[in-house]
Design a protein around this ligand. Sequence first.
Ligand code: HEM
Length: 400
Amino acid sequence: MTGTITAALPTTRDNAFDPPAELGVLREERPLNRLQFPDGHVGWLVTNHELVREIMADRRFSSRSELHHSVITRADGKPVRRPAATPGMFIGMDAPDHTRYRKLLTGQFTVRRMNLLSARIEEIVQEHLKAMRANGTSGDLVQAFALPIPSLVICELLGVPYDERHGFQEDTATALRLETSADEAIAAFERIKDFIRDLVRRKRANPGDDMLSGLIASGEHLDDEEITGMGVLLLVAGHETTANMLGLGTLALLGNPDQLAALKADPSLVDNTVEELLRYLSIIQFGTTRTALEDVEIAGEVIKEGDTLSLSLAAANRDPQRFDHPDRLDVHRSANGHMSFGHGVHQCLGQQLARIEMRIAYSALFAEFPDLRLAVPADEVPLRTDMAIYGVHSLPVEWS
Ligand code: HEM
C-alpha cells in the first residue's frame, strides 16, 4: 500500500459554491488516494476527472449496493452498510439485471412523452411564476418555484396525483438528510415504497398515460415489486436533484452578476449555462461509489477485489487538467464532459428531462423577474451541507 490514508471524506466547504478545498489538495497529491471509510474499510477516493470517467466505464467496478462500504455516516454513528438492491432499483445492480431494467425504463422515455411533458413544463413554470407575482414582491424561491416544478413533473411522469405529493416530498427529504438515523431513513424509504406500491396497484386497475402504466403494459410481465422499485428510483432520483439545481443555480447566477447579465443579454446561452451550472455546482456531493470485482491495476496502484472507491464528481468537475480555470463560473465555456450525470452504463437516465426542466425554468424566471435579487445577505442563505444532495434549504428573493 502506498500513500497516506485520508481519515475521512473531506466535507467542509469554504463557501457556497466550491467543493471542499481539501479535495483539490488530494487531487494535486496523487491521482488515487487511500480513504478510510466510516466502518474502518480502507478503500479509495478518486478526484481526478480522467480516472473517475475511466472507472465509471469499467465493468470490473461494480455498482452493486451490497458490496459497497458507505462514506455516509448517519447521526447515530452506525456504519451504513447498504442492503442489496430490491427488485427494480437498478441503480444498485450490474448486468444483466441492470441492463434489462434500464432498457425497459429507457423505452418509457419516448419522444412523444418528452414532447408532451415539455409543453406541460412550460405551463407549470408559468403557473408558478404567476403565483409568485400574485403573492407580492418577495418569497422563498425553493418553496415557490425550485421544488414544486420538478415535483410536479415527476408526478406527471409517474401519474401521481399532485395533491398526494407532500408525503413523498417529506419522506425523500428525511431519507436524504444525513442527521436522520439509519432506522428513520429506512422507515422513510419504506413509506415511499408503500406509496408507490399502492399507486402501481391503482394503475393496474385503472391504467393512465403515465410511465407506471406504460411499464405495466410493456408485455415484460414485471411484477408489482419490480415496477415499484423503478417508480421509487425515478421519484427519488428525479425531483430533489433538479430542485436543488434550480435553487443553488439561481443563487450562483445572482452571485455572479456578470454571468447573469451575459445570459440575459443573450438568452440563447441558456443551454450552455445549464451545462456550466451542472459542472460548477456538482450537487451530488458524495455517494457515487463503485467496488472492485477483481484486482485491478490502475494509475500505478493495485485496487484489490472488494475495495470500495468513492468517486468525487465534484472534484472531477473542478479538475484543472480537464477544465481551464475550473473554479470560475463561465456561461460561455463548453462544459461538455462534466461528470454531474455520471458516465458509462449508469449515466443518468433522466438527464434530458432534467435539462429541459432547467432550460425552461431559468429562461422563464429571469424573463419574468429581470431584477430578481436576494432578500438576505448571501452568507445567510442556508446551505444543504447536511444533505446527500447539496443545494439551498431556502432562497429568500425579492423582485419589483
Ligand atoms: C443516475 C445525477 C436528474 C433518474 C444518475 C447518476 C447521477 C445522476 C450522477 C449516476 C449514478 C451512478 O452512476 O452511480 C442527476 C442529476 C440530476 C438528475 C445531477 C438533475 C440535475 C434525474 C431525473 C431523473 C433521474 C430528472 C428521472 C426522471 C436517474 C436514474 C438513474 C440516475 C433512473 C439510474 C441510472 C442507472 O443506474 O442506470 N443521476 N440526475 N435523474 N438518474 Fe439522475
